[in-house]
Design a protein around this ligand. Structure first.
Ligand SMILES: [Zn+2]
Length: 145
């Protein structure tokens, strides 16, 4: 579950990064609030409403930008009531990748442990016992693969 969710999330973030180099997309709400991916970052912002993507009030938008760019650092400005916070997509992508790699690794280890001669119930080492024996530790039968 984590494995595939993580892989899908990572793929999505990667695609979003690439697409956001040329297009920005997200949601633009009332009052100048918006959440968008743009130039390699995900931005939460409140901007002057006339700067909002045209025709995008309270809806999703997907628009081409004038320039190509890829921002890789956290950026922000605050000038009440306006401001924005831009978090580069590579940060959540890296976190997702690390978590997903960890999940794959744990899964591989679990599968390897299953194959080994250990009790599926309690993990007790059953090497040398004939198939069909009960586990000497927890008495579960049929634990030898
Ligand atoms: Zn056992």
């Amino acid at each position: 579950m984590v494995k595939w969710g993580g892989a899908a999330t990572f793929a999505f973030l990667l695609v979003a990064s690439v697409v956001s180099v040329r297009w920005h997309f997200g949601w633009a709400g009332a009052g100048g609030w918006m959440v968008e991916a743009s130039w390699g970052t995900v931005n939460v912002a409140r901007i002057r409403q006339y700067d909002m993507p045209k025709y995008a009030y309270n809806r999703l938008f997907f628009q081409q930008k004038k320039d190509f760019a890829l921002h890789t650092r956290i950026e922000w400005f605050l000038k009440p009531p306006y401001g924005y916070l831009a978090i580069p997509l590579w940060i959540p992508a890296a976190v997702t990748l690390a978590a997903t790699a960890g999940a794959w690794r744990l899964d591989a280890l679990a599968r390897r442990n299953e194959r080994r001669d250990s009790c599926k119930m309690c993990g007790y080492d059953l090497a040398g016992l004939p198939p069909g024996s009960a586990c000497p530790e927890c008495n579960k039968v049929d634990v030898i693969a």
